[in-house]
Design a protein around this ligand. Structure first.
Ligand code: 5AD
Ligand code: SF4
Length: 460
């Protein structure tokens, strides 16, 4: 069969236009972290560039793409369930193209499983293969060639200028680096997303300026470990320098960033947040565990005392700062004493929000080889205890905010009819009655009370 080489998207667009009677529709669903959601926006941008419209249901679609996450086993099982459910759809609509991409697609074992058990999947490509999508699609359309591409994790260059179709017109993700070098022993990310690569600051600044000019209010800088931004670049720049550079762009906007690694989060970073009004007074600093023994087993390179010292410094320098964190419960060998260390730590810090996960064994990682004698029941019990302690902490912190008047970015509808939901710079959410036309803009809201961990307020 003829091999088709597409040098750029224009040729792909011509083929797509010739092949379909009317513009085809794509359904793209991204699982997992913000980095993956941003990749999904790029996938949609590339598809729009070659003539696809977007749709919200698999039934309407000519192309279905699942942009997957591999961080926990549960996420992988969900994807297989979703893909399996498409088999019948494909029978009824033979021209339907089904694709799987993202972190799961970077793993040989997953690709093998797709080949063996899901033969109706047409294209597979990994996180570094978004720019190859037009070619894969065209080969499928014109040559009816199934394309399973295992994208090398080490494909090292940073691809700039991929088209993008953003999900929101007032909140944007802006990746500043890709990959991770940390090899926390539980984590699959370094194996699927490869080594750390930072984008050049000039490229980030250019995209940032475009976003501000387009009216974006909230720009979230993304990276697996933003605090090691700059490593390997020719220019001498660190994450704080990058933040200071971006803050020179005039406009009405604010900056968030994630994720920070405690071992690299510096006092300089805290000082930068304190000095720059445009950076939100919220820090997501995943601690994972409150036991030094477990932290060492996790290869995290900090102790509880070092972590707490940085948090105290942040509290002192940035009045009103709030914290959030990721916690893993039931890491292999976690004892009751280790777990109590975690409870003690979360009480000391006083997080506004926790993202909590029961340890999930990922094959290929170091922790997967560690003895794990704790029963599932023990792990779920610990999780329930953790959630209950955290709920109490968060409710109190939220309730203590009442009486203040704060600027919020209005994000969408609230839970009750006629209400809107807005986010404070400290990342708390407030609901208040107002016109839907306010969505996407800033509003001043007086905080009158709370319901659980959500504030109630009145538009000023
Ligand atoms: N099991 C459970 N949670 C995990 N995370 C990463 N890998 C695993 C795993 N194998 C969590 C960590 C990380 C977050 C994004 O996901 O807490 O910070
Ligand atoms: Fe995974 Fe650790 Fe890298 Fe985060 S810093 S992506 S938890 S290896």
């Amino acid at each position: 069969m003829e091999i088709i080489h597409f040098e750029h998207n224009k040729q792909a667009a011509e083929l797509v236009a010739k092949w379909y009677d009317s513009p085809p529709l794509a359904y793209v669903h991204s699982f997992g972290c913000q980095q993956n959601v941003n990749d999904g926006e790029k996938i949609k941008g590339v598809l729009a560039d070659i003539g696809y419209g977007m749709c919200d249901s698999v039934e309407e679609a000519d192309l279905i793409l699942f942009n997957t996450c591999a961080v926990r086993e549960h996420a992988e099982q969900r994807v297989f369930g979703n893909v399996g459910a498409l088999k019948r759809l494909k029978k009824d609509k033979p021209g339907l193209i089904i694709g799987l991409c993202g972190c799961m697609a970077q793993q040989q074992s997953i690709v093998d499983k797709i080949r063996e058990s899901y033969p109706f999947v047409d294209i597979v490509f990994g996180v570094n293969g978004i720019d190859t999508l037009p070619q894969l699609l065209c080969e499928k359309i014109a040559g009816n060639k199934k394309r399973i591409l295992l994208t090398p994790t080490e494909r090292a260059e940073v691809v700039e200028e991929t088209p993008i179709r953003r999900d929101s017109n007032f909140r944007a993700w802006l990746p500043i680096m890709y990959g991770c070098d940390n090899f926390c022993t539980y984590c699959i990310v370094p194996y699927v997303r490869g080594r750390e690569r930072s984008r050049r600051s000039a490229d980030i600044l250019a995209e940032f300026k475009e976003l501000v000019a387009a009216g974006y209010k909230e720009i979230t800088l993304l990276g697996q470990n933003v605090n090691s931004y700059g490593k390997g670049l020719e220019e001498q720049i660190d994450f704080s320098d990058l933040l200071n550079l971006l803050c020179t762009v005039p406009g009405d906007y604010h900056i968030r960033f994630m994720t920070s690694h405690p071992k690299d989060a510096s006092r300089k970073l805290i000082d930068t947040i304190a000095a720059q009004d445009k950076i939100c007074n919220h820090l997501h600093l995943p601690v994972q565990s409150g036991s030094d023994r477990i932290l060492a087993q996790m290869n995290r390179h900090y102790t509880v005392a070092q972590y707490l010292e940085l948090m105290d410094y942040a509290k002192e320098k940035i009045p009103g700062i709030t914290f959030s964190s990721d916690i893993i419960v039931g890491f292999p060998g976690e004892t009751e004493e280790d777990f109590e260390g975690t409870l003690e730590l979360i009480r000391k810090v006083g997080y506004m929000q926790l993202f909590t996960f029961i340890y999930s064994k990922r094959s290929g990682t170091k922790a997967a080889t560690m003895p794990d004698p704790i029963t599932r029941k023990e792990k779920t019990d610990r999780m329930a205890r953790l959630l209950s302690v955290q709920d109490e902490i968060a409710r109190k912190l939220v309730a203590d905010m009442t009486g203040q008047t704060q600027r919020v970015l209005v994000e969408g509808s609230g839970r009750d009819e006629g209400t809107l939901s807005g986010r404070l710079t400290n990342n708390l959410v407030v609901e208040f009655t107002a016109e839907p036309s306010l969505v996407g803009s800033y509003a001043m809201v007086h905080l009158t009370g709370s319901r659980g961990t959500v504030l109630k307020g009145e538009l000023v």
